[in-house]
Design a protein around this ligand. Structure first.
Ligand code: ADP
Ligand code: MG
Length: 229
């Protein structure tokens, strides 16, 4: 579960400052597929940056899988990211010289030896879960945009996180490919009981989500909620 309580984040902007997050509260339970939508510059990526522990807010509380990160040292946050968080950025950023299997091995190498060995055993199942079983030996240049995004998602879930944070995963894809990626993320969320937040500015995707939030000028409002199945 992911919980943000009264989170405020201010960026300096010349002599002024920009309130990227203004008293934002958000709860996403395990197994819930949540969308955050809103105009460009409204604070959506800032929300994910704070939820991913990469940016420390001015005030407020962030809790990930039961751990309050507010007082954590950077080493503890890094361990939490490697254990509990899956992060999918907008562009796949796969390493050009590595095969699909090697992309996953690289992330697993960040954990300890035990985590690595257990993780390697999960590679086939994870590739199957994202529909890429037959692509393990391919290089990124031999994958379509949709396939690259699937591998990107595999890389984010290979360590079996509790919370999945995804920033505009379909902005580089056509509509059909986009729908497939959203459906894949929904399925993974429900099957693996993830607390998932997807930033999207494509309103036609919203019916696929269990909950939808809208960000405007750093203020988050809930648009819709239904209980996870
Ligand atoms: P969105 O993802 O909705 O487009 P962002 O979270 O990226 O919005 O940005 C929210 C506001 O914070 C914008 O006004 C943006 O210019 C500002 N901002 C974002 N990141 C930084 C940064 N690193 N330094 C200064 N201002 C930033
Ligand atoms: Mg953004």
């Amino acid at each position: 579960m992911l919980e943000l309580t009264d989170v405020t984040l201010t960026y300096p902007d010349g002599d002024e400052s920009v309130k990227a997050l203004n008293n934002v509260s958000l709860t996403v339970e395990a197994g819930t597929f949540a969308a955050v939508t809103g105009p460009s510059g409204s604070g959506k990526s800032s929300l994910l940056a704070v939820a991913s522990t990469l940016v420390t807010p001015d005030s407020g509380r962030v809790s990930i899988a039961g751990s309050d990160i507010t007082q954590m040292k950077s080493r503890e946050k890094a361990a939490l990211r490697q254990g509990k968080l899956g992060i999918v950025f907008q562009s796949p950023n796969l390493i050009p010289s590595l095969t699909v299997r090697e992309q996953l091995e690289v992330v697993l190498r960040l954990g300890g030896r035990k985590a690595r060995e257990e993780g390697v055993a999960r590679i086939p199942g994870t590739l199957q879960a994202v529909g890429c079983s037959n692509l393990a030996d391919r290089l990124p240049s031999q994958l379509s945009g949709g396939q690259q995004q699937r591998v990107n998602i595999a890389r984010a879930i290979i360590h079996e996180p509790s919370v999945l944070l995804v920033d505009e995963p379909t902005s580089a894809l056509d509509q059909e490919r986009s729908e497939e990626i959203i459906e894949l993320l929904a399925q993974l969320t429900h099957e693996r009981k993830l607390a998932t937040v997807v930033v999207t500015h494509e309103p036609e995707q919203l019916p696929s989500f269990d909950a939808a939030f809208e960000m405007r000028d750093g203020v988050l409002a809930q648009m819709r909620h239904r209980m996870a199945a």
